[in-house]
Design a binder for this molecule. Sequence first.
Ligand SMILES: [Fe+2]
Length: 300
Amino acid sequence: MKDAADASQSFAVAQDAFLKTLAEKSNGGVLRGDYSRADAQYVVAQDWSAYTPSQHALWRRLYARQAALLPGRACQAFIDNLDRMQAADGIPDFVTTSKALLAATGWTLVAVPGLVPDQTFFEHLAARRFPVTVWLRAPEEFDYIVEPDVFHDFFGHVPLLFDPVFADHLEEYGKGGLKAMALGGLPFLARLYWYTIEFGLIDTSEGLRAYGAGILSSGGEITYCLSSPMPRRIPFDVARVMRTLYKIDSYQETYFVIRSFEQLFRDTAPDFTPLYARLQGLASLPADRLSEGECNIPIR
Ligand SMILES: [Fe+2]
């Protein structure tokens, strides 16, 4: 019993420190989620019956607006897998989606109160569990939200979990994250996640398309990233991505373009230990300019 009490006390201390760090980073120092019922892996019950009719209605509006923007902008795998989520009619029940996902690629969804510590996040991914925030934004946040909510996490991330190559890649990313923690590689790996899983573009025979969840769940960036002359669009290169800074409160200044999920999987498969060591001696690169010899990929 004493061991259990010690473990629960040390979790409470670690959770407190994590929440304090997040609160310092967030606007106004207040986090939206209720972390008081989270277990040691930051998992909570989704409590699907507690969503109100107006929250389901807001979800339907978000879903319909975003789904209408996908043709010609989202990669085909995302569009093809959207219907498998069966989530157009209201905030989905994660248990139902998890059953379909488990059958398709062996992944499940876990409900979380919001952002979770890096290590916890990586442990979930490494075990093919994707953490999805339970709360939905307010109506006045229809176009923009600071912290990821259930719409971003679910609509943006879940469709590609049905894609076998992407699903394998995300598991490997989780394993790589746990390794990076011991190697001082976290800032580099965070940039890789940002510029691929969240804001990645893919070159296809039909033209550039988005596969990043941050783009695909955004009503504005989904058109901006593919048609604005402002941002740079350059070929994906692991070392270049890992050196590039990013901003979390504006549209991206640079997008990195992969040729296929196979390329992403292959290029991020090697052991990053020597790369982290090399990058630690190099300056970071700003996102608002090309490096010498780089060219923009033309918009098609
Ligand atoms: Fe995300």
